[in-house]
Design a binder for this molecule. Sequence first.
Ligand code: PHE
Length: 334
Amino acid sequence: IRREGLERLAEANDSASLEAWRVAYLGRNAPVMQVFSRLGQAPKELRPQIGQSANAVKQALEAAYQEKLEAVRRAALEEELTRQKLDVTLPGRRPFLGRHHIETQTMREILRIFTSMGFQVYSSPDIETDEYNFTYLNIPPHHPARDMWDTFYLTTPGLLLRTHTSPGQIHAMRQFAPEPVRVVLPGMCYRYEQAGARKDIQFTQVELLAVGYDITFADLKGTLQDFADRIFGERLRTRLRPSYFPFTEPSAEMDVECVICHGKGCSVCKGSGWLEIMGCGMVHPVVLQHGGYDPAKFTGFAAGMGPGRIAMLRHAIQDIRSLYENDVRFLEQF
Ligand code: PHE
């Protein structure tokens, strides 16, 4: 019985045949079990001997069974593991990471440059009063210069969406006067006008304002030139062109050479090869007064630049409207 049992056991190699073996060799009707149940029929003096050897057979079979059971389980587990090919050392899947919009990135770089020069970041509201957006900036009601900015008016009389960040100049001056002030002021601006490759109805601006003693146009030019060198990496030439703004005198505009577009029929710089990126000038005495400064003692300079345009020049973006179309294929590039 023992030899046969062990031989059959060697042939059982999965849990089903193993279970069948257990029933056949250790179950209630197994031969060795029959020996026990029929022990009473054997002559009395032989019973201990028969019992002992039957017990030995049973224990041997049981031990062999347990061992085989373990072996079969281990083999099954091993097979399962190789089949699943689980490599715990593989790196996990990278979660999708968002990023800052290219205009935000550009804006932050602009702010970093000016804050490193000692300007502090200042913010003022998107919804402005007529006074702040125009009157205090030396553009009285019915002045023809109001036509320079096509305005979105709110249904509440006297309120509008700021057409530039310049009203922030007045807020900052009124907060700091009569102390000198140096602020850089980012924000969204709105203009009710025809959108095009270089201008949209909504865009960001960064305003710059310095008011103090003995501030001259040379300070303005030096500050802006240093800024241009840093934001464009001294690769691009700039020029200051005389211009007109009611709130600065004298006034100028800064153009940047449109190298990236040369010879490509670039819509951004048209034929000229230059793109205007900001207006600037010496703060008008009337504006200083509205801000709470005595124009006899104080002078100052101001500038208002477009991060969108700066981004266009740095990254060869052909149409400023792509900034707000939210096409991920465009945004993913930066
Ligand atoms: N606010 C002007 C504009 O939006 C730009 C500017 C700012 C010009 C400060 C001069 C000084 O066109």
